[in-house]
Design a protein. Sequence first.
Length: 278
Amino acid sequence: MDPNYANPAADIDTLIDVMADDADPFQHDPGVEAVKTPLWREALWPTELGRLLCSPLYQGRGVPHGHGEPVLVIPGFLANDLMMMPLRRWLRRIGYRPYHADIAWNTDCPNKTALRLAHKVKVIHRKTGQGVVLIGHSLGGMLAKSVLQHVPELIDRVITLGSPFRDHVRAHPAVTGVWEYLLAGQGKLVGRNLHASCGTGYCMCDFVRHMLQPELKPTPQFAIYSRNDGVVDWASCAEEDPAANTEINASTHIGLIFHPHALRAVAERLAQRVGNDG
């Protein structure tokens, strides 16, 4: 008889050696697919910001205005509240009450972030007595979708900007590579609360479940996206209902929070009568 079979400790040692030599079990994420998007286009986003700042639209002209409705603005992956400042200022100019998401860098565990945002929505609702509008860019839109699942009764509507919430994330390898870098525990200042399966198809958290198997909610959900998106596959950013989608094909991915056409679309979706608005 082979002595190894008579020695359980030897079997365990062999298994440990195999596991040590084998690939990371989370290396092939079924929830993320790398796609070749025109990433080079993203270098154009400063021109989109400059165009916005010079546009009459940024002064609030030519778009429908609100009446003090609360709007929580959520930044995308690797972004922060500062990046969303032009959008929040514009929302205030056209009559809304914008709130920042309290996100220094959007690289934390998305499930924990979504729970913090759901708590913030409760605070805003208690303060204003109104349903809260969620506007999220990229990962921020996915977080908004998760928040909706947590507190649907407090949400007026959700507007996503270039957010790959459909099925699984399809993004440029440079972007998925940054996420993998953070998951590997190599981020020192950002991504410190992530674990190996965080935000992947292997994770069993509410955030992943909300993306893969969302419950149907009556809350209106609108998507704004660009077929020329250089970061994510535009097809994963669209709602199933074509009437809920707006294409801004002149915009980059980053530029969806700056491009005048995208902001016009936001204003129109904010003003759109839905549900009990009559």
